[in-house]
Design a protein around this ligand. Structure first.
Ligand SMILES: *Cc1c(COP(=O)(O)O)cnc(C)c1O
Length: 504
């Protein structure tokens, strides 16, 4: 049992020292733990709450010997290419320890009590600057979330508040009636809205989940692909046709996929976004951008032609009403970290303010809003510090170089599968390499090999990829998202694995 009168410092120092030693001693050349470690770890888990605890030293020993060896190296291995996991910059890991050690509660801005809300605000301003989204003042509804799913939930919540609200105003019934106040059903009834829909192309699965949470429903997410060849691109004519249905009582949120998870491609480009903006303004729609990983293409250097295509495809995203950004993917901070940006403070306040909580009131003269009135949570972790640390430590150039390395490796792999007699580069072999950001989609030409390609690659123990389906057939998805990537070293390894798995 922990003794409240004992100084915890020696225990914490020893534990941290042991933990660091265990992490450094890991063999990170293999992405996954040995099966034996998984079995041993599982059988060590207690089936019931112990009446008398094991004590803190013994518990740390148990964690280090039974649990740590059974965790994977998704974050530590530069060749874990599954999902889009990101790694953890050392400076952000260090900062994350401060977050736990001092356990600040970021909910109300209390300028005389703690600086944590100031740091959050500074971090958010730096993110807006990094992504070239204009002044931070243009995104007054800015906050940290648990990740891109959390941000998408906030985006759709704001969206439904705004699009139904616009209809209420149009009817002159706006006074006092909001979705937040009377609920979606009554607000829609008062507004003459029969349905709220989300228009997207190749929307992320979490967007569909978010639609369920906010009462729009899975079926309320409408896919409007430009073509079968480029399903990730949003068909603006179809969007306009759907927006015109506002006359029939349909209210719309547009969700721009920036980018699509299988191919890393983008829904819009520099020409599309201004058109989309004027359509949304004309018909009272809301534009949300799901930029979880893709929006980081905007940090790529402008002084080289290499990234012109990606820069053009991510231009104009700043015209959105709300934006989802992930911290724990490309930015390489620890889980759970996402960012939500919204242009309309009254919408945020309407949707997320805690009504009737005088004890949570902030100083009237405060220049920083209380996070609990902008996003989902009340009490929460000091999520900003690892992001703050990453941005202050690396600066614009350091972050850009990290993303350049990720794109550099992805392009080398894309070029290899494109030119290989054994592989097909998807979705389109004739595409320009410059359309590749950090994801490479491919399949083996030999059908039998393709059936078990993911298994073979991962069984090599030298790299890890995820499987997906593309146009009804199995495909491999390789996503580069770790700061540890070294283009030459890791390309040589990937090439060697991809050459050997088609032969066996
Ligand atoms: C990963 C991802 C999400 C979900 O993000 P989490 O951080 O896992 O919640 C949403 N949208 C896109 C485009 C993503 O890549």
């Amino acid at each position: 049992m922990s003794n409240p009168s004992a100084d915890p410092t020696p225990f914490l120092q020893t534990s941290y020292h042991l933990l660091r030693r265990a992490v450094s001693a890991r063999d990170t050349s293999t992405p996954l733990p040995p099966t034996s470690a998984l079995h041993a770890g599982r059988s060590s888990l207690p089936s019931a709450l112990p009446e008398i605890g094991r004590g803190q030293e013994d518990t740390i020993h148990h964690i280090l010997t039974d649990i740590v060896p059974a965790l994977n190296n998704a974050s530590l291995s530069p060749r874990f290419f599954g999902f889009v996991t990101g790694g953890v910059l050392p400076v952000s890991e260090a900062a994350d320890n401060v977050v736990s050690a001092l356990d600040q509660n970021v909910q109300v801005h209390l300028p005389h009590d703690t600086i944590c809300t100031d740091v959050e605000d500074a971090a958010l301003r730096l993110v807006v600057d990094l992504l070239g989204l204009g002044g931070a003042g243009e995104w007054p509804g800015r906050t940290f979330t648990t990740g891109a799913t959390g941000s998408n939930v906030l985006g759709l919540t704001c969206g439904r508040e705004a699009v139904v609200g616009a209809r209420l105003e149009g009817k002159g019934t706006g006074k006092g009636i909001t979705v937040a106040k009377v609920g979606l059903l009554d607000a829609c009834l008062a507004a003459g809205v029969g349905r709220v829909q989300v228009l997207t192309s190749a929307g992320h699965s979490s967007l569909v989940k978010a639609a369920s949470i906010v009462g729009i429903g899975h079926d309320g997410v409408r896919e409007l692909p430009l073509s079968e060849e480029e399903p990730w691109r949003l068909d603006l004519d179809a969007v306009e046709r759907e927006l015109k249905r506002s006359e029939e009582g349909v209210a719309s949120i547009i969700s721009v996929s920036a980018g699509e998870v299988n191919t890393g491609r983008f829904a819009t480009n520099a020409l599309d976004m201004p058109k989309l903006r004027s359509l949304a303004d004309k018909y009272g729609a809301w534009i949300h951008v799901d930029g979880a990983f893709g929006i980081f293409a905007r940090v790529l250097p402008q002084d080289t032609d290499e990234f012109l295509t990606l820069r053009a495809q991510t231009a104009g995203l700043e015209l959105a009403d709300s934006i989802t950004v992930d911290g724990h993917k490309i930015l390489n901070v620890p889980y759970d970290n996402g960012i939500f940006l919204c242009r309309h403070p009254t919408i945020n306040a309407q949707a997320f303010s805690n009504p009737n909580a005088a004890y949570l009131a902030t100083d009237k003269a405060a220049t920083i809003q209380s996070p609990l009135n902008i996003g989902l949570e009340n009490s929460r972790r000091f999520r900003a510090l690892p992001v703050y640390a990453a941005l202050v430590s690396e600066g614009r150039t350091g972050i850009a170089q990290m993303v350049v390395r990720m794109a550099g490796l992805a392009r080398r792999v894309a070029e290899f599968v494109r030119d290989s007699p054994d592989y097909d580069w998807l979705p389109d072999e004739s595409a320009s390499l410059e359309s590749t950001f950090i994801i490479v989609l491919f399949r083996a030409k030999d059908r039998a090999v393709n059936e078990e390609l993911v298994k073979r690659i991962n069984a090599s123990g030298r790299m890890y990829v995820s499987g997906t389906a593309w146009k009804g057939e199995k495909a491999v998805r390789l996503a580069v998202s770790n700061w540890r990537v070294d283009v030459e070293r890791d390309f040589a390894e990937v090439k060697s694995v991809l050459e050997s798995v088609v032969k066996s």
